[in-house]
Design a protein around this ligand. Structure first.
Ligand SMILES: *[C@@H]1O[C@H](CO)[C@@H](O)[C@H](O)[C@H]1NC(C)=O
Ligand SMILES: *[C@@H]1O[C@H](CO)[C@@H](O)[C@H](O)[C@H]1NC(C)=O
Length: 398
């Protein structure tokens, strides 16, 4: 009896360690812009919720008096299944200056890390997601601050992560949101990735926005071939497949194609020329491309074209993505559909043996939550052992 009890206690005490390495990840960013959570039936398979964002600069203050965030960890826990991991994301697109300041020196890295620990203690979060977009350059400020002025960040980024790990210990989680385009993977080399990997529990690989306004030809912004390129690049540089999460986008993107390329686009809509979409000197948006979530109102000037994109679009089996080219409006539409989500799960998550999936973001898919439902199915298909186990034997429920 005593021996049996001891065995059970010993087994249970081992669980957190086991769960951390073996449990597939199904993460959702919950954003301040779309703070909507569906019925519990749609969130039961979600394992991690990542609250986006806290500002990076907050963590460079000597003694921050508050931790501004659009919600609280406590309130978030009440909206998800018991045992769901709740993390706080720091940074996001455009929020790079605070990270650069943090990474600069031993002292600044220690201060930042100490504050991450203080924030976790204060909020009760289970960990932190570092969304530095991106160390080493090609962020929102890429034309204002040239990459060569950021070259030092390639060495400093792993050091910052190391300090955060030291400060928060091994019981709290660190994830890193990392770029999906090889041109932005400046700080993720075959030399740095194995170092970074020591400090990070999982990598949220942002396999979306793979076409953006810096491009000049049409592509699938979250497509399979481009996603595989991202995943293969990271795996070859040393990210273990089991720690790599594949990103999904619950939003729609559109881009204006070049009217002079009309014949080309008509013959072959994938890879045809766009107009110039940002000012090459300042990086200013020229209004020729954009995005909106499934929850957003469709801009009225795009409404008719978007209706056609929904009803008349096609799936490109060659590059793996749903698209529509509107020849009347010279507009390229690229987005994930429930069907394309299932295909991406099997073609990338299953084929590469990845550790999980994530999406930006949960509330972006309100009110229909069709993409979320597809991702739930895709996740369960990719990890069949887990979902076919009887409820009572599921380690993650304990
Ligand atoms: C299109 O972009 C690529 C890099 O993505 C660049 O090498 C090429 O020169 C650009 N072409 C034009 C016509 O701007
Ligand atoms: C149309 O396609 C041809 C052949 O690929 C290419 O040479 C030409 O530059 C394209 N035209 C435009 C306007 O993109």
């Amino acid at each position: 009896m005593a021996a049996a009890l001891f065995a059970i206690v010993a087994f249970i005490s081992l669980l957190p360690v086991m769960a951390k390495s073996s449990r597939p990840t199904y993460a959702m960013y919950l954003t301040g812009q779309h703070n909507v959570v569906p019925d519990s039936s749609l969130v039961t398979s979600i394992t991690h919720v990542v609250l986006a964002f806290m500002q990076s600069a907050t963590f460079n203050q000597p003694d921050p008096s508050s931790w501004p965030l659009f919600t609280t960890v406590e309130d978030t826990r009440s909206r998800f299944a018991k045992g769901t991991v709740v993390m706080v994301a720091i940074g996001g697109w455009g929020d790079t200056a605070g990270f650069s300041e943090a990474a600069k020196s031993d002292g600044s890295r220690r201060l930042f890390a100490k504050n991450v620990k203080a924030m976790i203690d204060h909020t009760g979060a289970d960990g932190v997601d570092i969304d530095w977009e991106y160390p080493g350059g090609n962020g929102e400020d890429y034309l204002r601050v040239p990459n060569d002025e950021k070259a030092w960040e390639i060495d400093a980024y792993p050091k910052l992560l190391a300090e955060i790990r030291t400060a928060i210990g091994s019981s709290k989680l660190i994830s890193a949101a990392i770029p999906g385009l090889p041109r932005d993977m400046i700080a993720f080399t075959a030399e740095t990735v194995p170092v970074i990997d020591q400090y990070v529990d999982h990598f949220n690989i942002m396999t979306y926005d793979l076409m953006n306004r810096r491009d000049n030809i049409t592509k699938h912004h979250a497509g399979i071939v481009l996603s595989l390129e991202a995943i293969n690049t990271y795996l070859s540089r040393g990210i273990p497949a089991s720690k790599a999460n594949l990103g999904f986008a619950f939003y729609v993107k559109w881009f204006k194609t070049d009217p002079d390329a009309h014949a080309n686009c008509s013959a072959k809509p994938v890879g045809c020329a766009t107009v110039l979409m940002e000012d090459p000197k300042t990086g200013e948006d020229l209004g020729q491309a954009g995005a909106f979530s499934w929850h957003d109102e469709v801009p009225s000037r795009l409404a008719q074209s978007f209706r056609k994109a929904l009803s008349e679009g096609s799936y490109d089996t060659e590059s793996g993505g749903y698209y529509y080219w509107d020849g009347e409006e010279n507009t390229w539409w690229t987005f994930e559909t429930p069907e394309s989500i299932l295909l991406k799960c099997s073609a990338v998550v299953q084929t590469k043996g990845l550790g999980g999936v994530f999406a930006w973001g949960l509330g972006e898919d309100a009110n229909g939550f069709e993409h979320l439902q597809a991702l739930c199915t895709g996740f369960e298909n990719a990890f069949p052992k887990r979902s076919s186990q009887p409820e009572s034997e599921r380690v993650d429920e304990l």
